[in-house]
Design a protein around this ligand. Sequence first.
Ligand code: ADP
Ligand code: MG
Length: 704
Amino acid sequence: MQSTAILDSPIEYLKGVGPARGELLKKELSVFTLRDLLMSFPFRYVDKTKFHKVRDLNEDSETVQIRGILRRLETAGDGRKKRLVGRFRDDTGVIDLVWFTGVSWLQKSLQIGKEYVAFGKINNFKGKLSLPHPEMEIVTEEGIKKASSFAPVYPSTEKLNLKGLDAKGRRKLMKTIFEKIQPTDIRENLPNYMIEKFNFPSRFEAIQHIHFPTTAKELERATKRLKFEELFFLQLRLLQIRGHRKATIKGIPFPAIGDKFLTFFNEKLPFELTGAQKRVIKEIRRDLGSGRQLNRLLQGDVGSGKTIVGLMCMLIALDNGYQSCLMAPTEILAQQHFAGISEYVEGLDIEVGFLSGSVKGKKRAALLERLKNGEIDILIGTHALIEDWVVFPKLGLAITDEQHRFGVKHRAKLWQKSKPSPPHILVMTATPIPRTLAMTLYGDLEVSVIDELPPGRKEIKTVHRHEGHRLRVLGFMKEEITKGRQIYIVFPLIQESEKLDLQNLENGYELLLRDFPMPEYQISVVHGKMKAKDKDFEMQRFIKGETQIMVATTVIEVGVNVPNASVMIIENTERFGLSQLHQLRGRVGRGAEQSYCILMTGYKLSKEARSRIQTMTGTNDGFKIAEADLQLRGPGNMEGTQQSGILNFKLADLSKDQRILQIAREVAARILDQDPNLEKEINARLNWYMKTQGKKYKAWSRIS
Ligand code: ADP
Ligand code: MG
């Protein structure tokens, strides 16, 4: 233990740091100890094995390395503007080297007529290129060798740069650290058998090479090992949480398949379940009957029929004498679920209740009272459900729909709603999430996938149209309405300016009225600024078919189910993210008719927007779209992931490292299978390392 202490010493004691720079490192980079600095990895490297030619330099050149002869050296300007200018020539041209500090020392040490390697960042002043403050290395056998490697570049800030902690300064500090420490100071955290199996460098080597690789191969091996480490320990943690939970938490046993479930299945179910739905219900049923707690993520594409699966699970709870709840992210969606589920269970003698922020006063009091008395069997609502004053006497199953809108915190609150055993938890996602994200964000849950759509669904035809096509689009709308179909027109929600947002929608509505005049046509309008009651009124008119067109903001994104609607027109498509577009498109194609999605945009599109639109016109498969979304945006920007510290990897990137993650998870699972508490000697290093990482994971391990 003692031998690792050096890495714990405060950063200001490192040679070349001191109190002022130490303060800065703490403030700017949260670096407090030598270990922290050691673990701040470069974000890129400059390949110093490659030389640039002066002729090829241009204003876009960044960091360059030139091999040439120092021709002249003279000072220019005076006072504060005094600088040293060197003329540097290679076999293709000449460039100025400029220094503003250390002039007299440089004048003494640089040798005119000698061959150097100059390394630095190109400066472009009104078209004249120069190389300010280059690092100079004289060309000798050894000098070339020293220069010929990858120079690490660290994330920096203006303040750090000013205090000499720029790329070069940081490199110097790293060198100092490596002069001070021994290989034993960086304790190995992987067992030998793993290191051998994967041909990893040791942990010390990996960290040394991530800072100072001498070859591309070395860098690659180091990166791979360190990425693996990050993903592996996270998986080990997640799977350990899952294992502990399985071992220690008693689930409420649901042994019976009873009257309600069977009556519903035999007499009420309006269609045949798909094979995938049946399989998933079996998977869930197995958990529920096992005496373990169900903790399952249910993935399925838009329209794959997750709701009915959720409902059937609630019926199992009921048959075993328990209540259930279903939590949805928006009022509209919650109400739809309430209406839909109430209809499904009509005649089964089941009490369904509804609770949201809009249920107030006496109505609310009465509902809570009935809930507390156990009169309500199924409670459906928004996140109002998790408030402390909502008391279930016998909550057996909690379902959250479209989970990515809820935080993990909400999941934890649901846990508290039933004592002594927590309720079973089923999490349903709106659109599929990429596998790598599911494995990390929900890595402690079991996963079920509905990978089949109900029969008879036609592919939704998706096209991209510009403003110039507007007339034809209007004509098409009229045709569809004549056939008896209904149409959605969705406007983007402009978060920075709700006013503009509304204006956008209102202008669109005004224009529409000209082509679709009343009373021949009826148009519903729904947006976020409306009162719940008015929204509901407009929605109902559309659902009942009293209006042909629904003009809306993204409030209709999730869940709305009107099978007769066959056209989805999205305005300013470029403003929407992929998963949102896919959700919106999923509002049509729910009936037997051919459906269409029309993506309207302006003429000017960013590369990324174009790519999103191509993805949408190219496929209807939500799983493929989720992967494309991850590739385009990166894991940190996916909906619902921002708040989750769990994705803060140093090196690993879930959009690129699927393979490493997959292996890391498999290895972790195999180890825990044989040694759930990591007590075996062979896993001693894992055990030790997990303990040192305890704090990092504490925040979210409690939750799930
Ligand atoms: P999502 O998975 O997007 O939540 P829903 O549960 O809302 O999908 O189901 C979409 C539509 O498909 C609903 O109208 C539902 O009644 C219908 N549906 C679900 N399962 C089937 C099935 N097996 N056969 C036919 N229609 C189904
Ligand atoms: Mg749904």
